[in-house]
Design a binder for this molecule. Structure first.
Ligand SMILES: [Zn+2]
Length: 176
């Protein structure tokens, strides 16, 4: 009797565990199925992203061969240190040891023809390098009351050069 009773008792004790394991397995099974159902769509998304990033990388590679910065349309004028261009400031210029007039811009930088331009320093701070298409690179070293937005004023040593330049519509891009 004892030998037949013992396995039944054991079964009674073990049964809840078997049921529990069964439930756990079913839950895992459902979880696995849900996981499997979700993974393919995620995988597709990832593949799409990979393709997109590959495409954008290719675009960037192409872009690098071209100038990376866009050209903007500016109205360019020119000025020199004379009274016509600079008004009262022209009469207040100091001279160096050789008697040469030193031309300071509004921020105290000594202006140089072929280097200095005035720009809207709220957009292009002092020191910004701008390329003017067809004229080369210049450094923002001055500002002016009327030089706002897409405007540059190019510094020349002589009034004749400034007059020759006149007013031109130019393409400008920021170098740094
Ligand atoms: Zn002038």
């Amino acid at each position: 009797m004892a030998s037949t009773k013992s396995p039944k008792r054991k079964l009674k004790i073990v049964m809840p565990y078997i049921i529990l394991i069964g439930i756990v397995l079913v839950i895992f099974g459902i979880g696995f199925l849900i996981g499997r159902l979700c993974i393919p769509t995620k995988a597709i998304d990832n593949t799409t992203q990979t393709i997109n990033s590959t495409v954008s990388t290719t675009d960037e590679t192409i872009a690098e061969t071209e100038p990376p910065i866009e050209w903007l349309e500016f109205r360019a004028t020119a000025y020199c240190p004379c009274e016509k261009c600079c008004g009262k400031w022209a009469t207040l210029r100091p001279k160096d040891e050789n008697g040469q007039t030193i031309v300071y811009g509004a921020t105290g930088i000594v202006l140089q023809s072929g280097v200095s331009i005035a720009a809207d320093t709220s957009i292009y701070p002092i020191g910004t390098v701008l390329e003017i298409q067809g004229f080369g690179e210049f450094i923002v070293q001055d500002r002016g009351g009327s030089i706002k937005g897409n405007r540059v004023d190019i510094y020349f040593d002589t009034h004749d050069e400034a007059v020759d330049f006149g007013v031109q519509v130019v393409k400008v891009r920021v170098i740094k």
